[in-house]
Design a protein around this ligand. Sequence first.
Ligand code: NAG
Ligand code: NAG
Ligand code: NAG
Ligand code: NAG
Ligand code: NAG
Length: 363
Amino acid sequence: MGRPLLLLCVLAVLTGAHLALAIPDEWKTMAPGKCEKMVLRREWRTLTSSEKAEWIKAVKCLANIRHPRLSLTHDQTVLNGEHSLYDDFSYAHAALDSTAHFTAYFLPWHRWFLYLFDTKLRTTCGYNGPTPYWDWSRDHADLFSSPIFDPDPEHGLGGTGDCDSFPQADCVVDTGAFAPTAPYGEFKLAWPIQHYLRRNLTLLTGWFPHERPQNSTIGPEFIKNATEHTTGDFFKFQWAMTQMHNHIHNLVEGDLAGDCPRDLPAEECTGMALSYTPNDPLFWLHHAQLDRLWSDWQVAPVENFDAFSGIPLNPANTSDPHYDVNVTASHMMEFDRLSVPVPVSMMFDHEAYPLCYHYAKEQ
Ligand SMILES: *[C@@H]1O[C@H](CO)[C@@H](O)[C@H](O)[C@H]1NC(C)=O
Ligand SMILES: *[C@@H]1O[C@H](CO)[C@@H](O)[C@H](O)[C@H]1NC(C)=O
Ligand SMILES: *[C@@H]1O[C@H](CO)[C@@H](O)[C@H](O)[C@H]1NC(C)=O
Ligand SMILES: *[C@@H]1O[C@H](CO)[C@@H](O)[C@H](O)[C@H]1NC(C)=O
Ligand SMILES: *[C@@H]1O[C@H](CO)[C@@H](O)[C@H](O)[C@H]1NC(C)=O
């Protein structure tokens, strides 16, 4: 089932989907350079049950606003009414996979991507609470018991899927608020074909030779080492971040690791089909944690703040010095239809306009 996509430099293409892009209305009304309000980001387990339920409801709200759109996948069909505003984010991620991963743009691209998602929850679905992140470093010793996998049908993100009755159940998550039977609306995903959320929590996937358990790079010591020994060196820092990133995707498996749904023919399970990882709402909490670690790194010491440099095309070889020496912070990053292109340099200060958020200092 599983595919080691997250360690491969796969992925062709970009779509040429640079359609007419509008400046969102909420930007026009704000003075440039000024935050009208700061959004707080907090660790998921510090949210109250009702705050968690509000976030989940907003996510499901986006998933239930359906609209037709032309699919740029294999058969160029129009997904009439089967495709939601939530799916747009998975689509953009898949379409831009090759620019957003294993390049210098990994962290800044995802910073803006998360901001766009968070803003959509607020402007379209009325969400008004904190932006959650999952500090998995607290859970490294026993990830499966993490409170992130709470089975509560209203405020829990759910646990592993039902893989015991595979292929009937196809590892569909049957606990928590994204289960097919949970209240407050369906959570059905359009890409790469219609299906429910899937997971298969595992420490050793068997996808790689000499694989280390998925929790080997996410504990506090690993983070401390990765952040303290990389001062001023964005290249080394983001290499460590990439390992943490991959390990959580692969730990959760299913949608978060790009496993294809059972009903998709194997020959179509390639390319973009492997990159719809935002299908799992855990994506947002996982990437917010990576963003938080970057944020912490940026100010300790302050010379890290706008450090920016490339990474090698072969991410498996950290000693390869031939990383892309030509990256610049003025590079305009693309976001499919979600946003106008924005420069990397706009991502450095998340407490300034237009990002306007900060992380709660938590124990
Ligand atoms: C990884 O998880 C296993 C099982 O929970 C645990 O025994 C092991 O100590 C963990 N390793 C790390 C580095 O946290
Ligand atoms: C679930 O993960 C385990 C461990 O990686 C694997 O052996 C099993 O085949 C997976 N099940 C499915 C249905 O993907
Ligand atoms: C600590 O971090 C440095 C720089 O990233 C790395 O070379 C080294 O292998 C790390 N050590 C451990 C024990 O993880
Ligand atoms: C890593 O890159 C360096 C420099 O290009 C090269 O000498 C070395 O053979 C590479 N190692 C592997 C395992 O590919
Ligand atoms: C960097 O840019 C120069 C000038 O455009 C070009 O000759 C060189 O090949 C580029 N290097 C890489 C690694 O892309």
